[in-house]
Design a protein around this ligand. Structure first.
Ligand code: AHG
Ligand code: MN
Ligand code: MN
Length: 317
C-alpha cells in the first residue's frame, strides 16, 4: 500500500505527539500544495511563457526570474492563509511578512528559498524549493526569526528533477517522497535516508579556485589524490540531494568577491544542515557547526561545507 506525505506526517504526529491538534500537518499541506503548483508551472515552462527574467532585482541584488516570482507568490499564498503561520520569511522579500495572529494560533515561522538554482531555470536543469520551520515563542514574532538552526522543528526541500521529490525531517530521521503525477500525491519512496559515512565525490564551483582560502584548495588536492571525482550542478538542492544519497562533500567557500560565500544561512544552509545531520552527515561554515550559528540578519550569507560525516570532519580550516 502507498503512504502519502500527508498520511506519513499524520502517523508520525500521532506516534510522537499524541496531544497534537493537526495544526502542523495542516501547515505542511500548505507547503505540498505550493510545491505542486510550482512543479506544474516548471513542468511546462518552455510552452507557458514562464521562462526568462521578471525584470526586477531582489534584495540580494540578483535578477528575479519569472519562476522565482511565481514560486514566491505560490508559497506566500498557500502558507499565508494557514492561521498557524505567524511569519513568513522569503529570499525574495526584503522584510519578513508578519501576521497579526495570537500566539496560541500563530505558532510557526516559515523561512524559505522559493526557487533555488536560478541560473538553471532556463536550461531545463534541476531546481528546488527549500524550507525551514521554527516555533514562534509566545510574546514574540518579528524578533524571533533569528534563531540558531538547532531550534528548527522541521526542514525540507523539493527537487524538481526528472521526478519531483520532497525530502524532509522533523528531527526523527529523513524521509523522501516522490510525486506520482498519476494521482497528484507525494508517495513515500525513501525511508530513513542515511548519508554514506564517506563518499567519493566533491562538489564546488572550481572557477572560483583562484580566490579560495588555501585550506580549501589543499583539501581538494588531497581528495583528488585519494581518487575522488567531481560533480557540480550549480543548483544547491540538486547538489545536496546527490550528496545525501551518494555521500561526498559540497562546498561554497569564501571567495574574494563574496568573503562569506554566496549561500544564505537561514533558508539554504540551516535547513540542509538539519537534514544532513538527521541522515548522519554534518555541515559547517569551515570552522563551526552550521546549526550552532546565531543569525544576525535574515539574509546573511555563510561559507558552507556539507556532506558525509568523515569528509566534513577531515576538513579542518
Ligand atoms: P538561488 O537561485 O536561490 O539564488 O541560489 C543559487 C545558488 C545555489 O543554488 C547554487 O549552489 C549557487 O547559487 C551556485 O552559485 P555559483 O553559480 O556561484 O556557483
Ligand atoms: Mn538558493
Ligand atoms: Mn532562490
Amino acid at each position: 500500500m502507498i503512504v502519502t506525505v500527508q498520511q506519513h506526517i499524520m502517523f508520525e504526529q500521532r506516534r510522537r505527539h499524541p496531544e497534537a491538534r493537526g495544526r502542523f500537518s495542516w501547515l505542511l499541506s500548505g507547503l505540498t500544495l505550493a510545491a505542486k503548483m510550482i512543479e506544474a508551472k516548471i513542468r511546462r515552462a518552455g510552452i507557458n511563457d514562464a521562462l526568462g527574467s521578471a525584470g526586477e532585482t531582489n534584495v540580494q541584488g540578483e535578477t528575479q526570474q519569472k519562476l522565482d516570482v511565481y514560486a514566491n507568490q505560490a508559497l506566500l499564498h498557500c502558507l499565508g492563509v494557514r492561521d498557524s503561520v505567524a511569519a513568513l520569511v522569503s529570499e525574495e522579500n526584503e522584510e519578513p511578512l508578519v501576521f497579526d495572529r495570537a500566539a496560541e494560533t500563530g505558532e510557526y515561522i516559515i523561512v524559505f528559498d522559493p526557487l533555488d538554482g536560478s541560473s538553471n531555470i532556463d536550461v531545463n536543469v534541476n531546481v528546488g524549493t527549500i524550507f525551514s520551520i521554527l516555533r514562534r515563542p509566545p510574546g514574540h514574532v518579528g524578533d524571533a526569526i533569528l534563531q540558531p538552526g538547532h531550534h528548527q522543528i522541521a526542514a525540507g526541500y523539493v527537487l524538481y528533477g526528472p521526478s519531483t521529490m520532497l525530502v524532509y525531517t522533523t528531527g526523527d530521521g529523513v524521509f523522501g517522497f516522490t510525486l506520482d503525477p498519476a494521482i497528484g500525491a507525494f508517495v513515500l519512496s525513501h525511508e530513513h535516508v542515511q548519508m554514506p559515512e564517506q563518499g567519493r565525490i566533491y562538489s564546488v564551483n572550481e572557477a572560483n579556485a583562484d580566490s579560495f582560502p588555501p585550506a580549501y584548495s589543499e583539501y581538494f588536492a588531497a581528495l583528488r589524490k585519494k581518487g575522488y571525482t567531481s560533480r557540480y550542478i550549480g543548483s544547491l538542492v540538486a547538489d545536496f540531494h546527490r550528496t545525501l544519497l551518494k555521500g561526498g562533500i559540497f562546498f561554497y567557500p569564501p571567495t574574494k568577491s563574496h568573503p562569506c560565500g554566496k549561500l544564505r544561512l537561514l533558508y539554504e544552509a540551516n535547513p540542509l544542515a538539519f537534514i544532513a545531520e538527521q541522515a548522519g552527515g554534518l555541515a559547517t561554515n569551515g570552522r563551526s557547526r552550521i546549526l550552532d550559528l546565531t543569525p544576525t540578519d535574515i539574509h546573511q550569507r555563510t561559507p558552507f561545507v556539507i556532506g558525509s560525516h568523515a569528509d566534513v570532519t577531515n576538513f579542518s580550516n
